[in-house]
Design a protein around this ligand. Structure first.
Ligand code: RB5
Length: 145
């Protein structure tokens, strides 16, 4: 599995920790690379664009709360970004919502919980069926703006 991963300054430590800990995923790191203050849209949009172009299978977007990263990612057509604060949400975001971006708030979840959330997201899968019908309606909204 190939995943884009990006964060603002608040998420750099968690971004590095995830890449160091999950070795079975081929990560494409889109930055930022330092703790110097920056603007989350500049990096989260790169995660979304990599998915839109088919360069990666999914993405991870991190900021302090996860809220800004969610807002940015979900502005992109075809992106279903899920801000998850526990493993249940990560599992359901894949099973029911077919989320293609996991969003984490580095100031909300600790490193260990974030890692468990990420592993759950990676290991879970979409159930289809009635959930696909709902996602089709989501796409209809997106396509008729
Ligand atoms: C940065 O201080 C912070 O505002 C950002 O990481 C994020 O939490 C925004 O939603």
């Amino acid at each position: 599995m190939k995943m884009a991963i990006g964060s603002d300054h608040a998420g750099v430590e968690l971004k590095r920790f995830i890449q160091d800990s999950i070795t079975e995923v081929d990560f494409v790191d889109v930055g930022t690379d330092s703790g110097e203050s920056c603007d989350y849209p500049d990096y989260i949009k790169l995660v979304a664009q990599k998915i839109q172009r088919g360069e990666v299978d999914a993405g991870i977007a991190i900021c302090g709360t996860g809220i800004g990263a969610s807002l940015v990612a979900n502005k992109h057509k075809g992106i279903r970004a899920a801000l998850c604060t526990n493993e249940f949400m990560a599992d359901m975001s894949r099973r029911h919502n077919n989320a293609n971006v996991l969003v984490l708030g580095s100031r909300v979840v600790g490193l260990d919980l974030a890692l468990r959330i990420t592993r759950t997201f990676i290991e879970s899968g979409f159930e289809g069926g009635r959930h696909q019908r709902r996602l089709d309606k989501l796409a209809d909204i997106e396509n008729n703006q």
